[in-house]
Design a protein around this ligand. Structure first.
Ligand code: ZN
Length: 273
């Protein structure tokens, strides 16, 4: 939030846990298993898989060593709107200390495996959970740089209000000011909205509560570098509230993280279909 590349609904500008520095701050796809595996030992025909031919860029928010490198993480980079913002942020954590970077890394890794089982190619913006960065502009460019068709950035929110709960999905608004054809820009914007709607549907269908309401679970923001540099359809997922004790328990469990990951894969399948 704020200078960080995380979203919470814009109207509540209370101080948050997304800082540029500071140590305290911290596959089986339900309903699709039959499509992907059919329970046979021989590998499925790639042509029969729903995501064959699609390349998905997954961006696990933050990174494990960001907190130890405040100068590097806090260095300004272009924000995609003519200004600048911090390279990256430390991210939030549960009250028990489970950090957002570990959550996003694990969920993105599991979602990547689920997507590959469905025929997609997957690229990640970082290769482990021990590094620093990459900066938000690099994350935002990752889809086009890797030849991917779509960008999904994975985060969790850190509202101070422990009663706050639920996921929301952020799209860039106005659309990214990248130098692409106006027609393509409009196409990407419409496709990002569809992807956001499909992600909300997939997460809600998987039993996760939307923030506020399903209809209100899409947030539109212009200040997120991760979205502002994307030349492909792109969304940023805030999968839940890490300071909410119920959601923290879910996020801290492997089973919970697998459920989030499977829902992401279902959302991509809905969008791609
Ligand atoms: Zn985040």
């Amino acid at each position: 939030f704020g200078s960080g590349d995380d979203g919470r609904p814009a109207p509540s500008p209370s101080p948050t846990t997304e800082r540029t520095s500071g140590a305290s701050d911290a596959d089986d796809v339900p309903g699709l298993a039959g499509v992907a595996g059919s329970g046979r030992s021989s590998p499925p025909d790639p042509a029969s898989l729903p995501l064959t031919g699609l390349t998905v860029a997954l961006d696990p928010g933050h990174n494990g060593a960001n907190a130890q490198h405040p100068d590097q993480v806090g260095a300004p980079v272009p924000d995609g709107r003519g200004g600048s913002k911090a390279c990256n942020t430390v991210g939030t954590s549960t009250d028990a200390g489970y950090p957002e970077h570990a959550f996003t890394w694990d969920v993105a890794s599991r979602a990547g495996a689920a997507l590959e089982a469905l025929g997609a190619q997957v690229v990640l913006t970082r290769s482990d959970d021990q590094g620093v960065g990459p900066c938000v502009d690099v994350r935002g460019r990752s889809a086009q740089d890797a030849g991917a068709d779509v960008l999904v950035s994975v985060h969790a929110n850190g509202s101070d209000d422990k009663a706050a709960r639920g996921f929301f999905v952020i799209v860039a608004d106005p659309p990214p000011a990248v130098e692409i054809d106006e027609g393509l820009r409009a196409e990407n914007a419409a496709s990002s909205e569809r992807l956001a709607t499909d992600m909300v549907g997939a997460l809600a269908s998987a039993g996760f509560p939307p923030s506020g309401s399903v209809g209100g679970a899409i947030s539109r923001r212009g200040d997120l570098g991760t979205l502002n540099f994307a030349e492909r359809p792109a969304v940023l997922l805030e999968l839940g509230e890490m300071r909410n004790l119920d959601e923290a328990a879910l996020m801290s469990s492997e089973e919970g993280r697998q459920r989030y990951a499977d829902a992401i894969a279902v959302g991509v399948v809905a969008w791609a279909g």
